[in-house]
Design a protein around this ligand. Structure first.
Ligand code: NAD
Ligand code: MG
Length: 390
């Protein structure tokens, strides 16, 4: 049976890994929509070879270039936010949500509304609006399959288990580019230094977020939202080899670990074939050759983002949306060299404490409008803090 699929964020790291799997078995899939932003030549190349119905660039200025690149292909070219959302409304059986940032929330919600299986790489969706995502899926008979490697690992460890018997969930962190740097050197770390990852090949933003552990902070919140466990049951541990992705501890003391090479095609392929397991082109581990696996404590002095994640989980409500938006702005500020590496956490903390004091903001219902409002205020506040040089 041919499955109708769409990929939002097709030109990125997760999108390209997804296309790698799809392109190995083209007859099994009918591609409805592919989306990208500035890299229209990649978008057009993939839309042509996969025979997509529509290719959408989020960047309206790129429409003429996309039209040119698709001329004669039969693939419809579209651009802009409204076109992206229209593409997400098109029925598909399986949709990959891998746009980076809060911009990925709405396309994912649209896909859920038409009952698709949503492979969710965009962790920001769960951080900003976890409850809305789960409720929308439930209301429309849709499923959400986590693609973040840690959450896919937890999901797999929970198959056939009762969540009520779970004592703790441990997600691993590589520690990113600076895990072994002296603490005092971090303030002068550059975006280039932060954008290199010891184990995973990922987009620039998530790679920098790995160095600051804002990525792990988002993942702690994502764990809370996705699996519904208490924040006190969720931990992060540094595991420099990135071979164990997560562990689930049960009330009888058993600890189930998910082990595999750092290759996102495992988690993507698991979500693609779920509930079946099929062959995937990932390396098999030679345990004897590896020799040992190591772990260390995730230090909240080196990585204050982890402490902030705990505060966000405790606060609940729209704190996740505020946290994520402030983090996105702080990251932009760091990439543009307006603030230093260690200042990012300070900016996020200041935004969180400033907006938590605004009555009714964090506690408002988790609707799309309220998420957008909180996101907007958090970005504005973060930009003011950054511009003020405070
Ligand atoms: P990336 O930067 O490589 O790709 C991002 C994609 O989103 C691109 O297609 C880009 O064109 C598109 N995009 C960017 N801004 C957009 C906007 N405003 N509107 C619409 N489209 C936009 O990122 P990535 O590393 O593939 O990560 C994608 C998502 O998956 C992120 O949420 C990330 O946290 C998550 N994730 C990534 C990995 C990984 O290994 N790369 C692992 C786990 C989770
Ligand atoms: Mg991850």
């Amino acid at each position: 049976m041919t499955r109708a699929i769409s990929i939002f964020g097709a030109t990125g790291s997760i999108g390209q890994n997804t296309i790698d799997l799809i392109a190995r078995d083209p007859d099994a899939y009918r591609v409805v929509a592919l989306s990208g932003a500035r890299n229209v030549s990649q978008l057009a190349f993939d839309a042509r070879r996969l025979g997509a119905e529509v290719a959408v660039t989020a960047d309206e200025a790129q429409l003429p270039a996309l039209r040119d690149a698709l001329a004669g292909s039969g693939v419809q070219a579209a651009a802009g936010r409204a076109a992206l959302l229209e593409a997400a409304d098109r029925p598909a059986d399986w949709v990959m949500s891998c746009i980076v940032g809060a911009a990925g929330l709405e396309p994912g919600l649209r896909a859920l509304r038409q009952g698709a299986a949503l492979a969710l790489a965009n962790k920001e969706s769960m951080v900003c609006a976890g409850r809305l995502m789960l409720e929308t899926a439930k209301a429309h008979g849709a499923t959400i399959l986590p693609v973040d490697s840690e959450h896919s690992a937890v999901f797999q460890a929970l198959i056939g288990e009762d969540i009520a018997t779970v004592e703790r969930i441990v997600i691993t962190a590589s520690g990113g580019a600076f895990r072994d740097w002296p603490l005092e050197a971090l303030a002068n770390a550059t975006p280039e230094e932060a954008a290199t990852h010891p184990n995973w090949d990922m987009g620039q933003r998530i790679t920098i977020d790995s160095a600051s552990m804002f990525n792990k902070a988002l993942e702690l919140i994502e764990t809370r939202e996705f699996f519904g466990v208490d924040p006190s049951q969720i931990e992060a541990v540094v595991h420099p080899e990135s071979l164990i992705h997560a562990l689930v501890g049960f009330r009888d003391g058993a600890l189930m670990a998910h082990v595999g090479p750092p290759d996102m095609r495992h988690a993507i392929g698991f979500a693609l074939h779920y509930p079946e397991r099929r062959d995937l082109p990932v390396a098999r581990l030679d345990l004897a050759a590896l020799g040992s696996l190591t772990f260390r404590k995730a230090c909240e002095v080196r990585w204050p983002a982890l402490r902030l994640a705990r505060e966000v989980m405790q606060a609940g409500g729209l704190a996740g949306a505020v946290f994520n938006a402030a983090k996105e702005e702080a990251l932009d500020g760091f990439i543009a060299r307006r603030i230093g590496f260690t200042r990012m956490a300070g900016v996020v903390e200041d935004v969180l404490s400033g907006l938590s004091a605004q009555s009714g903001l964090i506690d408002a219902a988790i609707t799309l409008d309220n998420v957008h409002h909180a996101d907007h205020l958090a970005r504005q506040t973060a930009r003011e803090i950054i511009a003020g040089g405070a």
